[in-house]
Design a binder for this molecule. Structure first.
Ligand code: SF4
Ligand code: SF4
Length: 389
């Protein structure tokens, strides 16, 4: 199946709802998403709400983008459901907290649109999968005819960049995501699994990928980095093509493993010259100094990492360390670690997290889900010495 290589990009200076509504309306018109397209269809919006973070932290889809989208969908008589499975436990209490802190609850109430609290999930066979042939996903997502992939453009410690393709990982319920990390400890296999998931949705449903790249996150994304203005909104029926544009905006063109896997599968052109890029000129928006995560050398073709795959390879990768001055002993990282390799210890009467690195697969879930940004990723000393020569 050939996916369309059309992406609409508009410059967008900030989270002004009137401007965002105008952009999304124009983009939907340009791609033919009219009332007839949505008529009689079950529509699910999948935002990126990785954890309880306020909108200004730039870790999650901005609620004003959601609000603008709901206005444009209402104009097309579309009544969607908003569904997400954040990191950690998948239950009503967790969902309520994430929707509230991320600013989604008042937006949904204002538009009279339901938030999903159904924690049922179903198995979906995907015999064409290269790495995974069966996915266990949220039931409302499985039942949707149209999936709106409302993602955030961010750096990512494991996958370098998180955007339209990666956002679908949040359709796997709760802590099963940690199990997927444990099953695919190598970032290439993990990326291939994510590509299977996204490819499955593109083949079995209508997908609309919308990227909130107004303010993204640089550095130690997806949750512990810094907000960075990018100034763009993207829309496409093809999440892979959209991410080719996303990696180009960030100055990461040709280097994001998940995007490269999609390109290798023929799901998107290798660069933006093969994409029908509509809307505004991309050139004034290109960023040359977007900060990569501290884990960047995970993917660097250094002699050490190429020669040593598996456990030995992981020895050279940056490792997570709990910082005693920031750690509050909440135990979130203990619950999120797929390898059960973090423990809470008591030091000077204070509970602190401690990582036992022998069994660590460098998935960085602990860094992603620590509410206090207390997990730092530290370079291996050999890599540090080699890098300084
Ligand atoms: S490292 Fe973070 S998540 Fe882990 S116990 Fe400390 S504060 Fe909590
Ligand atoms: S310690 Fe952190 S990086 Fe290592 S396996 Fe556990 S969650 Fe992943």
């Amino acid at each position: 199946m050939k996916l369309e290589n059309k992406v609409v990009l508009h410059a967008c200076d900030g989270y002004d709802e009137t401007r965002l509504t105008e952009i999304l309306r124009t983009q939907m018109d340009m791609l033919g998403y009219d009332s007839a397209f949505f008529a009689g269809k079950k529509v699910v919006i999948k935002p990126n709400l990785v954890m309880k973070k306020e909108p200004d932290a730039a870790a999650t889809t901005h609620p004003v983008v959601l609000s603008a989208l709901l206005t444009v969908l209402a104009e097309r008589d579309c009544k969607p459901l908003i569904a997400e499975s954040p990191g950690g436990l998948f239950n009503r209490q967790r969902l309520e907290g994430v929707y509230r802190v991320c600013g989604i609850t008042p937006v949904a109430e204002k538009h009279g649109v339901p938030l999903n609290y159904d924690t049922d999930s179903v198995n979906i066979a995907y015999p064409d999968g290269k790495t995974v042939k069966m996915f266990h996903i949220l039931k409302p997502v499985a039942e949707a005819d149209i999936l709106i992939d409302l993602c955030k453009l961010k750096s990512h410690s494991l996958t370098k960049m998180s955007a339209a393709v990666k956002n679908f990982f949040g359709t796997i319920p709760g802590i099963e995501k940690f199990e997927m990390h444990a099953t695919f400890p190598d970032y290439k296999d993990f990326g291939s699994m994510i590509c299977d998931l996204c490819e499955m949705y593109c083949k079995t449903k209508k997908v609309i990928a919308i990227t909130d790249a107004v303010v993204g996150m640089e550095g130690n994304g997806p949750t512990a980095g810094d907000p960075r203005k990018i100034g763009a909104m993207l829309m496409s029926s093809n999440p892979f093509a959209s991410d080719v544009v996303g990696e180009t905006l960030l100055g990461f063109a040709g280097t994001v493993p998940i995007v490269r896997e999609g390109v290798a599968r023929g799901l998107a052109p290798s660069d933006i010259s093969g994409i029908t890029l509509l809307g505004d000129d991309i050139k004034p928006l290109l960023i040359s100094d977007f900060k990569e995560p501290d884990t960047a050398e995970n993917r660097a073709p250094s002699a050490l990492t190429v020669l040593s795959r598996g456990k030995l390879g992981r020895f050279f990768m940056p490792r997570p360390v709990a910082m005693s001055d920031k750690c509050r002993g909440c135990g979130e990282c203990v619950a999120s670690c797929p390898q059960h390799t973090i423990e809470l210890v008591v030091k000077n009467g204070k509970k602190l997290a401690r990582v036992r690195h022998g069994n660590c697969i460098r998935c960085y879930c602990c860094q992603e889900l620590c509410p206090f940004e207390a997990i730092k990723v530290k370079k291996n000393f050999v890599i540090r010495i080699v890098g300084s020569i």
